[in-house]
Design a protein around this ligand. Sequence first.
Ligand SMILES: [Zn+2]
Length: 62
Amino acid sequence: MYARTQNENGTYNTRCLYCFMTVAFAVEAPEELDRLESRHLCPEKALAQLVAADHDQATHAH
Ligand SMILES: [Zn+2]
């Protein structure tokens, strides 16, 4: 989930919609955006997965 915007000079910015961190800015090629987005380690997403894993363990404990 990323929000991409285009700058007046034709380059792109991309922002993560989970943590609202700017993943990349002034990127010239959309292919580069794909690459940079896939490399983003999202703290919010990691946290959500951690909470989900905890919930799973609690469920199995019963
Ligand atoms: Zn993120």
